[in-house]
Design a protein around this ligand. Structure first.
Ligand code: OAD
Length: 247
């Protein structure tokens, strides 16, 4: 932990890539663990444009349930540690695959949402976006002023990622001399390949995940702990290091 904390404090441009595991300790289910969402539901029945147009009410009920969970969840200690690191000027950007808003509610300002946000509803007809704080009551299906059907502002399977956000994330990866990759299986592309960009450019990867993932083989440091446990230990070490520097 001391080594890792030194790497973090001495980094020139630290970024983080987070996934569902980072919010797991806030009570939000992941996708691919034993009790993950894709164990109980089929992605192609719920998270594709085809599924939406086949049965918008089914898809909307599922998203309203997820919105309820996310809106009532609180940021955990790992989210707050990232906010603290950003405030200290160490962490430059959080790139997240999560559609919750726990990074922003913890206090991070520089966040890239690669897979969209549950707080945003988009009109399927005119493209207008709306920000919400509570899930729509289904039925009826939510509609725009133009009468177009509203959909959750998230990226579904088979859809491209928002171009601007993906470009920005790739630029951030290129600039990173250290990237923390936390709570993601790193299976879904292109998010999963951002750590490869960092590595290719000579940067270091710190992985925080209780389990082996698709990027473990390129990680320079592997912390096999939950995000909260790992970040608590890292922050303790960073405090010690900074106090030693002062005295
Ligand atoms: P996954 O469900 O694929 O992976 C979650 C990861 O978090 C796993 O590697 C777990 O071992 C790890 N994990 C579980 N609990 C943890 C904890 N407390 N602390 C740290 N790690 C923990 O979720 P993602 O990698 O985020 O996309 O999945 C990527 C994308 O697949 C999602 O954004 C979503 C999904 O389909 C779309 O919907 C487009």
């Amino acid at each position: 932990m001391r080594n890792i904390s030194e790497v973090i404090v001495e980094s020139k441009y630290l970024t983080a890539l987070t996934g569902a595991g980072f919010s797991a300790e806030s009570g939000i289910p992941t996708f691919r663990d034993e009790d993950g969402l894709w164990e109980k539901y089929r992605a192609e029945d719920l998270a594709t444009p085809e599924a939406f147009w086949r049965d918008p009410e089914l898809v909307w009920r599922w998203y309203a349930w997820r919105m309820e969970k996310v809106f009532s969840a609180e940021p955990n200690e790992a989210h707050r540690s990232f906010a603290e690191l950003e405030k200290m000027g160490i962490l430059k950007t959080v790139i997240t695959q999560n559609v919750d808003d726990l990074h922003e509610r913890a206090g991070n300002k520089n966040i890239i949402h690669l897979h969209g946000r549950l707080k945003i509803l988009m009109c399927t007809k005119c493209g207008k976006e709306f920000e919400i704080n509570s899930p729509p009551k289904i039925p009826p299906l939510p509609r725009c002023e133009c009468d177009g059907l509203l959909r959750p502002g998230v990226v579904w399977f088979g859809e491209p990622l928002p171009e601007k956000d993906l470009r920005k994330a790739q630029e951030e990866a290129l600039k990173s001399d250290v990237m923390i990759v936390a709570g993601t299986s790193a299976i879904v592309q292109p998010a999963g390949s951002l750590p490869l960009i960092v590595k290719r450019e000579g940067g270091l990867i710190i992985e925080i995940n209780p389990k082996e993932t698709a990027i473990s083989h390129i990680a320079d440091f592997k912390i096999r702990m939950s995000a909260v446990e790992a970040m608590r230990k890292i922050m303790e070490e960073i405090c010690k290091l900074l106090n030693e520097e002062k005295s």
